[in-house]
Write a protein that binds this ligand. Structure first.
Ligand SMILES: N[C@@H](CCC(=O)N[C@@H](CS)C(=O)NCC(=O)O)C(=O)O
Length: 213
């Protein structure tokens, strides 16, 4: 048995697919349609009690949830793919820094923007929660744009696991429309990921318009 990835189009599983493609590892994709709340079904919650995607099953059946853990586990398991600089290299710390910011700060904004009704008992609060979540996400993207200053990748010419992660997150909360004018470096990073021979097909399956069948 190889890898099994539970996910949906345009979701965090897109980054995992791209990293598996960069590694050259075979994967079976199992769709979890978020528009039908399939992630909240008991069957999926047996894998991830949080009711979220992505979920990756390792070849031995080990369940890994949390996008950051999944991506780092893949780098650990496939060091020959060179998707992170070696331990102790300062540029590895740089990649980890911005990935942790994405996982710890941007992803929660995405959840608030997508499911604002979870964050107040009063349904009337939902629009304000969504608006503020999008603003907070944009504030963080501006920090990444200025401080990380990708060119084109986060580590400059060197592609790393951080790039598909940031590229995928940059498509959410209206990012496709907002990013080019406000964060051109992040937009260029996303385009550079999309142009890669390995990641490109997965990118297009997730983000091509109209949707792939
Ligand atoms: N901390 C989790 C967040 C995962 C997450 O929020 N995934 C979204 C899709 S990109 C999801 O499953 N949303 C459905 C929901 O919250 O019900 C991770 O990094 O994997």
């Amino acid at each position: 048995m190889g890898y099994v990835l539970h996910g949906d189009r345009r979701s965090g599983s897109a980054a995992v697919e791209m990293v598996l493609a960069e590694i050259g590892a075979a994967v079976e994709l199992r769709p979890v349609p978020l528009d039908r709340d399939a992630q909240l079904a008991a069957e999926h919650r047996r894998l991830n009690p949080m009711g979220r995607v992505p979920v990756l099953l390792l070849p031995d059946g080990t369940v890994v949830t949390e996008s950051l853990a999944i991506l780092l586990a893949l780098c650990d398991r496939h060091p020959e793919a060179g998707l992170l600089p070696p331990a102790g290299d300062p540029s590895r710390a740089v990649a980890l820094r911005w990935m942790a910011l994405a996982a710890g700060e941007i992803y929660p904004c995405v959840t608030r923007a997508d499911y604002p009704e979870r964050f107040s008992a009063d349904p009337a609060h939902a629009p304000a929660i969504r608006t503020r979540a999008v603003e907070m996400g944009q504030e963080i993207w501006r920090i990444i744009e200025e401080s990380a200053a990708p060119s084109p990748f986060l580590l400059g010419a060197r592609f790393s696991v951080a790039d598909p992660y940031l590229a995928v997150l940059s498509r959410w909360m209206g990012g496709e429309a907002w990013m080019p004018a406000h964060c051109p470096r992040i937009e260029a990073l996303a385009r550079a990921v999309a142009a890669r021979p390995a990641s490109g097909p997965a990118w297009r399956r997730h983000f091509a318009d109209p949707p792939a069948p």
